[in-house]
Design a protein around this ligand. Structure first.
Ligand code: SAH
Ligand code: SF4
Ligand code: F3S
Length: 469
C-alpha cells in the first residue's frame, strides 16, 4: 500500500481530538449522574480481530468513566460486539439481545448498545429498529472510534443512535485500549478484506483491505513488550497480504528483532498469498511460532474455484510440504467448510483425503451457512442438512485420529510453553510454540511466564505434563 493509500484511510487527527473532547464531556456528565462509577458489561462474539476491537471499545468506555463488570444484572451499560460469519452466530446475538429486555425493565436507566459485523448489514439494522426498540445505540464497524460522541448523544442528549456508515473503512491510530490479559496482546496489522470468497460476509462488513503503517505496529509491539507482554498475536483477515512500507515477512523480521523474551503469533494466513519467503522467515526467526494456521476450506479444485479461493489443491499441498521441510517441527492447523452448495460426495472425499495427507494438528470445521448478499447465497444448494452433517461427522472423526496422533508423538518430549490459564487452583495450561495446549500442575503465579514442560501422558488429543527445570 502506498503512502497515499494509508492517508486515504487514516482518521484525521482533528477528528480524534474531537472524540477526546466528547470523552471529557461524557466523563463529566456521567460523573455527576452516578454516585459510583457506572458499570459496563461488554461481550464480544466472533474472531480475534473482533476481540481486539472489543478491547479498544473497552478502552474508550474506561476513558469515558466506566468500569467493567462480568455481571449482566449489575450493568448500567451492556454492549454486544457482534459477528455475522455464520447464521448461528447471529441467532445467538438476537437471542441474547431479546433477553436484555427483562434487565431493562428492572433498571430503566440501562443503556443497550450493539456494534460489530452483524449490525453493519442494513437488513439487520432494520430488524433491530423494528423488533428491538429498547436498544439505545447501534454502530457499525467503520465508526467505532466515534464511540465517545455516540455516548454523548445517548447520555447527554437522550437520543437513540443508529450509525451504520457504508464506507471502505478507516484506520484510527492512538485510540485507547483496555487489554483483557496482562501477558497476551492482540495487535491488528491490517483491517478489512478484498478477497470476496464467495461464501463469506467479511468483505461486506469490514470494508477494503488496509494495512497499518509498520511504524505504528512496531511502536505498539515495543510498548506492550516493555509492559511485560509475552505473547504478541498479529491479526488480519489475510496477514500474508500485509502491505505497509514492507511486506509481512519483513514485518515479522522487524518484530523478531525487538529485544525481549516473547513469542510472535499471527493469524490468518491465506494460501494464495503465503510465499516461500514467508515460510523461510518463520524458519529463521526464533521468536516466531512454529505453527501455521492455513485455512484450506476444501480439498477439491472445482469447489475451490466456486469458492473464489484462487489456489488449487496442488498449490496448497506444495506450500504445506515446503513448510514441513523448512520448519521440521511445524504444526499446521486449518479451517474447512463442509457442504458448500453443490458439493458432491466425491468432491467431499477430496477434502477428506487432503486432511488425511496433511495431518493437521487441529482443524476448525464449519457447515456451510448462506450469508445474505454473498455470491454463494445465490447458488443452488440441493443437499440436505443431514448430508452435510454426515460429512461433517466423517471429517470430525478423521481429524480426531489425526489430532491424537500428533499428540501421542509429543509424549516424552519437553517443550517451552507460555502458561496462559489457570484451570483450577494448582492446575495450569500452557501453549507450545506449535500451538498445542498442555495441562500441568504448578503454582498459580506461573501464569504469564514461560516454563519447560515434559509431556507425561495423553488422552485423546489432550496432553498432560510436568514442569521441569
Ligand atoms: N480470513 C480468514 C477467515 C475468516 S472467517 C481466512 O480467509 O481464512 C473464519 C472461517 O469461517 C473461515 O476460514 C471459514 O472456514 C469459515 N466461514 C466463513 N464464512 C462461512 C460461511 N458462510 N459458512 C460456513 N463457514 C464460514
Ligand atoms: Fe472471508 Fe475469504 Fe476474506 Fe477470509 S479471505 S475473510 S474467508 S473473504
Ligand atoms: Fe465475525 Fe466479523 Fe470476525 S463476521 S469472524 S467478527 S470479522
Amino acid at each position: 500500500m502506498s503512502r497515499y493509500d494509508l492517508e486515504k484511510f487514516l482518521v484525521p487527527n482533528g477528528d480524534l481530538e474531537k472524540q477526546k473532547e466528547y470523552t471529557e464531556l461524557v466523563r463529566t456528565v456521567i460523573g455527576a449522574r452516578f454516585t459510583d462509577k457506572p458499570k459496563a458489561f461488554v461481550h464480544t462474539y466472533g474472531c480475534q480481530g473482533n476481540v481486539s476491537d472489543g478491547e479498544r471499545i473497552k478502552g474508550i468506555l474506561a476513558d469515558c468513566g466506566f468500569c467493567m463488570t462480568d455481571e449482566l444484572s449489575e450493568a448500567d451499560l451492556v454492549l454486544y460486539n457482534t459477528c455475522a460469519v455464520r447464521e448461528h452466530a447471529q441467532d445467538r446475538v438476537f437471542g441474547n439481545v431479546g433477553a436484555l429486555k427483562k434487565y431493562k425493565t428492572q433498571n430503566r436507566n440501562m443503556k443497550i448498545c450493539l456494534c460489530g459485523c452483524m449490525v453493519q448489514q442494513p437488513h439487520v439494522t432494520e430488524r433491530i429498529k423494528r423488533s428491538y426498540p429498547f436498544v439505545d445505540l447501534v454502530f457499525g464497524t467503520h465508526v467505532s472510534h466515534r464511540l465517545p460522541e455516540f455516548l454523548y448523544r445517548i447520555y447527554c442528549l437522550d437520543k437513540k443512535v443508529y450509525e451504520i456508515e457504508q464506507s471502505d473503512g478507516v484506520i484510527a491510530e492512538g485510540t485507547p485500549v483496555l487489554r483483557d490479559s496482562t501477558f497476551k496482546a492482540w495487535i491488528p496489522i491490517m483491517y478489512g478484506c478484498n478477497n470476496f470468497c464467495s461464501y463469506c460476509i467479511v468483505p461486506y462488513v469490514r470494508g477494503r483491505e488496509r494495512s497499518r503503517s509498520s511504524q505504528a505496529i512496531l511502536d505498539e509491539v515495543r510498548s506492550v513488550v516493555k509492559e511485560g507482554y509475552k505473547e504478541i498475536t498479529l491479526l488480519g483477515q489475510n496477514v500474508n497480504s500485509y502491505s505497509g512500507d514492507m511486506n509481512f515477512a519483513g514485518l515479522l523480521r522487524a518484530i523478531n528483532d525487538i529485544e525481549g523474551d516473547f513469542i510472535i503469533r499471527f493469524m490468518t494466513s491465506h494460501p494464495k498469498d503465503c510465499t516461500h519467503e514467508l515460510i523461510d522467515t518463520i524458519a529463521e526467526c526464533e521468536k516466531v511460532e512454529r505453527h501455521l494456521h492455513l485455512p484450506f476450506q476444501s480439498g477439491n479444485d472445482r469447489i475451490l474455484k466456486e469458492m473464489n479461493r484462487k489456489y488449487d489443491r496442488e498449490k496448497y499441498l506444495e506450500l504445506v510440504n515446503y513448510a514441513k521441510k523448512r520448519i521440521p517441527d511445524v504444526l499446521i492447523t486449518s479451517d474447512v467448510i463442509v457442504g458448500f452448495p453443490s458439493e458432491t460426495d466425491e468432491e467431499f472425499e477430496d477434502t477428506l483425503s487432503l486432511a488425511r495427507e496433511v495431518r493437521f494438528s487441529s482443524l476448525f470445521l464449519f457447515i456451510y451457512s448462506p450469508r445474505e448478499g454473498t455470491v454463494a447465497a445465490r447458488m443452488e444448494d440441493n443437499d440436505t442438512h443431514e448430508t452435510k452433517v454426515k460429512r461433517f461427522k466423517k471429517l470430525e472423526k478423521l481429524q480426531a485420529d489425526n489430532s491424537s496422533e500428533t499428540a501421542s508423538e509429543m509424549v516424552g518430549k519437553t517443550y517451552r510453553v507460555l502458561c496462559d490459564s489457570v484451570i483450577k487452583d494448582g492446575v495450569l495450561s500452557g501453549k507450545t510454540s506449535t500451538a498445542m495446549a498442555i495441562e500441568f500442575d504448578g503454582s498459580n503465579d506461573l501464569l504469564g511466564t514461560f516454563v519447560n514442560v515434559r509431556i507425561t501422558e495423553r488422552s485423546g488429543w489432550s496432553l498432560k505434563g510436568e514442569v521441569v527445570r
